[in-house]
Write a protein that binds this ligand. Sequence first.
Ligand code: F6R
Length: 364
Amino acid sequence: DKAGHKHFMSKEISEQPTVLGEAVRHYLSNDATQVTLPDPGLDFTKVERLTMVACGTAFYACLTAKYWFEQLAGIPVEVDVASEFRYREPPITKGTVALFVSQSGETADTLAALRYCEGKADKILSVVNVPESSIARESDLALPILAGTEIGVASTKAFTCQLTVLLMLAVKAASDRGTLSDERIQDILSGLRGLPAQINTALEAEGSLVKVARKLSEARDILFLGRGLMYPLALEGALKLKEISYIHAEAYAAGELKHGPIALIDKHVPIVVMAPRDDLFDKTVSNMQEVMARKGKVILITDANGQEEGGDGAWNTIVMPEVDPVLSPILYAIPAQLLAYHTAIAKGTDVDQPRNLAKSVTVE
Ligand code: F6R
């Protein structure tokens, strides 16, 4: 049942404020001042290293979480795609927690990677949407993302719910390890509680994204740029766009541009720049100017301050509400999803059942 939507994907995009709110509530203590985990829980005090493994969109959720676990909790993190991890025979040292992220909980490579870690890692954790899945059952601790059934092949609400649960887990780790002040922890938790409302505001940008998407649908190649927490999101934005619109899209860390990809830029190439007005904003803007100097067409996704300080010369600017920088990947996932969705609509492709793709990849 598409609940009045044309596609499952748009229904699932619109459900995000609700399901994400439920995920936040699920992991908050009754007095809303702490993150609580289901039994048997996990104490991060002695964790020396976190190894995160997943495929596709779930892999980008892990890449985002690397920034959170390192910056908030001071835990060194490695992130790998499951198909590489499982055959590389990576050493798993004492004090390692292995964390697997999977919407379906049945992805063959991710499950094989988990089994490789059995008996080697101190603890096996998973972040899953399907609580009775193989990956959940074979973990010491399975954390549900509570996104509800996701039918559209392109993952949307599962991604933002994965991010939400991973951020809350990083906050729990920071609190166990004493790496953040209680004030900062309360800031982040109250920011998370306010996210559903912020996402509703982000969804209101749909009209302006439809216009941009019509133009994007004529492009042959599209680049996505981001720095810091916006880099994994740029990767996710490019994946979403290519899988449902079949337009070639690639993402780069903004600072990598001059090490090669800038050679691709000319007046035919749209470049989506994800850049809230955070500490890295000025750096990203200077990369954006390099692109504009080569006639690249910039679509800047930023907030009101970013528009005022860096919006000059952009082909289009999409304005997001202001949010604590630590939460920005969750919020900025919304315009990335809507851009992909409406570009696919403009191209007339099958949004819910893109060619050659399956919802659950149970063979390697
Ligand atoms: C992209 C997408 C895929 C999945 C990947 C992993 O929109 O949905 O990239 O993220 O196949 O699937 P799960 O999360 O079920 O392990």
